[in-house]
Structures are given as structure tokens and as C-alpha cells.
Design a protein around this ligand. Structure first.
Ligand code: PCA
Length: 202
């Protein structure tokens, strides 16, 4: 494993800050145990986010992909188990509001994460960070891009680990939002580095 594509999102809905953007900015261009981290920020847009991710994937040719998203209200780091072939939920940043459409008309109903999600949660817990596998990434942009990335890799028959990790709010966001639990930026960054460590052997 030499190169990791790590993605985060811009702010969306009633979250004026997206901690995933801050984490990706902090780690972009850095190295962790011989893994070069390439960080990219995606828009929150049903028409564009997946295209952006696939473009970065083709340009960067990474050996693994980890996408991060904010799950405002969650208390733990939650690697997602599965992405489903469905767009739904609140309007995105460009005003698109899908109503349960498929992401890929001909794609499978669901695609499982190919990240070592059990090892990731175990390593986080060992390091003292609350973590558990999540069985739903929702139907919004996080699910959408997780699905699109796994679908692209599936079609190309490549063996590239890919998946999605939802994270809680940062203190910076919680202070501005007022009603969600939060972690420090430092703990968020450290926990994502632990997730990256789990890829080292792959
Ligand atoms: N979280 C959203 C989209 C952007 C983000 O950071 C989600 O969970 O779908």
C-alpha cells in the first residue's frame, strides 16, 4: 500500500463547518508509515460529488480509498458496512432533492465496504476511541459516493480497498450548531490515522 486517496466533504445543511474537510486538509500531502496521503474535498451535490471522486480516483490511481463524512449526532467513529443503490433525503447544496432513485440503474442493490472494518473498530477501541461498525450510511451523499466508488472498482475488477467512515462533529462545529456531541479535532485526526494504519498490510 503506497498511496491513499482520502476524501472529505464541504459544509452542508445546517452544519456550517464540516470536520471531514479539516481532517483532510490536515493530512493531505503527509505520510503515515510509508503511505502517501492524497486528500481531496468533494462538494455536496448529487450530480457532481461522485463524478469528482471518480475523476480523482482515475487521476491519482491510489492503492486504497477512504472517504469521510460527518454524521452529526453520532458519538462514535463508525466505518460503514454497506452502501445501497438509492438516492434520497434532504436537498443537497445545489437544491437537488432525489426521491429514492437508483444511483446506477444496472448496479447491484448494495455494495459492501472492502475496508477492514472489524479491524478498524477494534484498533480504535484499543487506542481508547469509541467506535463501532454502522449498518447504514443513509441515502444522502455519503452513501452515494461510497456506492459509486465501490461500483467503479467492482466494474474494473481491481482489488482496491475502498469504503466510507462517518465521524462525529468537531468541537468547532458543535459550538456553532449547539445540539450535537463532539470530539476534538486532534482526536478526530488521530483516529483517522489509526484507520489508515489498518491498511498498511494490504
Ligand atoms: N455527511 C453527509 C454528506 C456530507 C457529509 O459530510 C452524509 O452523511 O451523507
Amino acid at each position: 500500500m503506497k498511496k491513499l486517496l482520502l476524501t472529505g466533504f464541504e459544509p452542508f445543511l445546517d452544519y456550517p463547518v464540516n470536520p471531514t474537510e479539516k481532517i483532510v486538509q490536515a493530512l493531505d500531502g503527509t505520510k503515515r508509515n510509508h503511505i502517501n496521503i492524497v486528500g481531496k474535498i468533494l462538494t455536496v451535490d448529487f450530480q457532481q460529488s461522485g463524478r469528482q471522486l471518480l475523476k480523482y480516483f482515475r487521476e491519482e490511481k491510489p492503492d486504497a480509498v477512504i472517504s469521510l463524512g460527518l454524521a452529526g449526532g453520532r458519538y462514535k467513529i463508525t466505518p460503514e458496512r454497506i452502501a445501497i443503490n438509492c438516492n434520497d433525503g434532504a436537498g443537497d447544496n445545489r437544491g437537488n432533492k432525489p426521491q429514492g432513485e437508483k444511483i446506477d440503474e444496472n448496479g447491484p442493490d448494495g455494495l459492501f465496504s472492502t475496508l477492514p472494518i472489524r479491524e478498524i473498530t477494534a484498533k480504535l477501541q484499543e487506542a481508547g476511541y469509541p467506535a463501532e461498525i454502522s449498518n447504514t450510511a443513509g441515502t444522502y451523499l455519503c452513501n452515494n459516493i461510497m456506492y459509486q466508488m465501490l461500483n467503479e472498482i467492482r466494474k474494473s475488477s481491481k482489488q482496491i480497498p475502498s469504503g466510507f467512515i462517518h465521524i462525529p462533529a468537531s468541537h468547532e462545529l458543535a459550538l456553532r450548531h449547539g445540539k450535537i456531541p463532539s470530539w476534538s479535532h486532534r482526536d478526530l485526526v488521530e483516529s483517522i490515522l489509526i484507520c489508515i494504519d489498518c491498511l498498511a498490510e494490504m
